[in-house]
Design a protein around this ligand. Sequence first.
Ligand code: MRU
Length: 371
Amino acid sequence: MGINRPSEVDADRSFHHGFIQELGVLKALKYKDNTLRVLDQRRLPNRVEWICCTDATCVAKVIREMAVRGAPAIGVAAAYGYLLAARSLAARGEGLTVDALQAGYRELAAARPTAVNLVWALDRMVACLRDAEPLPDAQRLDRLSDEAQSIEARDVEANLAMSQRGAALIERDRECGWVLTHCNTGALATAGQGTALGVIRDAWSAGRIEGVYVDETRPWLQGSRLTAWELQEESIDYRLICDGAAASVLATGRVGWVIVGADRIAANGDTANKIGTYSLAVLARHHGVKFMVVAPRSTIDRDCRDGSAIEIEQRPAVEVSEVGGQLLAPRGASVYNPAFDVTPAGLIDALVTEAGVVRHPDRDSIARLFD
Ligand code: MRU
């Protein structure tokens, strides 16, 4: 398999101040010279390591094991994974067809089941290859390469549009100045500046918020390891809290909005996101705090009638019962570890997409986003 361990230069490179500024915005994925370089998010914030993938099996593995995570980012990674599968096929002198790439498609699509962006991106690559089938193989590869880059570029643009639209909803003078977020929805989870965290970034720059409460996000700790790190890099004021502290934080009246991302939004607006999101939506409604979901249209699954049809990924028990090899529960503890939950549309005050904002999303208003 095409996994190369990180080079010494990569491992030694300082990831602290200067890294984001140097790049404009942090890039967790970089495709160059037929290699997808993936910033290994399992090691953050302790170590900076890049994994170099040169085939689709490697890309499927880094998605499955969450070296790269976040719905839009795994969509972009999968598109490059498909491109790598196509390159391997062409290098073996085999005909570059959709059928011949079926095994690579299936391997990538199966890596994680809940975030629809993964299959959305792969389906775009398949459609691109179908259109290119009259062309010679070299040109088919060029078309696939352009398509993967366009999926990445489109995510960057969508992030910017969503960030502006979402930030504009936050009215500083009339609202409590803090927001609360869950999981990681920033540059690490997308190709651009982020979805929910992009809104927070823009709202902070515009002086619309005072700061951010960050749920640590058990069990994988995307909040404490990744979101706190991104906010700290950007000097945005934040307080890291245990997930169980959210109710009492909302009860203080300091928080105007809970702002989260999404992994799959059903046609009626029910939204799957990181486990714990549903609890936050219930708490927000109870405390009169508004609840915003920020996601590109590629996260909306119009074939999925409602939240009950969304497959929820189950993750390994050790993610809950151990940390860094240390037991947090008796050996052999029986664990239930769903990675996501579904927030009913009725608890969502605003759905922010690159194509527009939907207040109180429902089947009709979501359909209109695609008009
Ligand atoms: O399991 P993860 O870390 O991939 O889950 C990520 C989330 O739940 C995010 O909120 C979602 O993917 C949106 S990221 C812009």
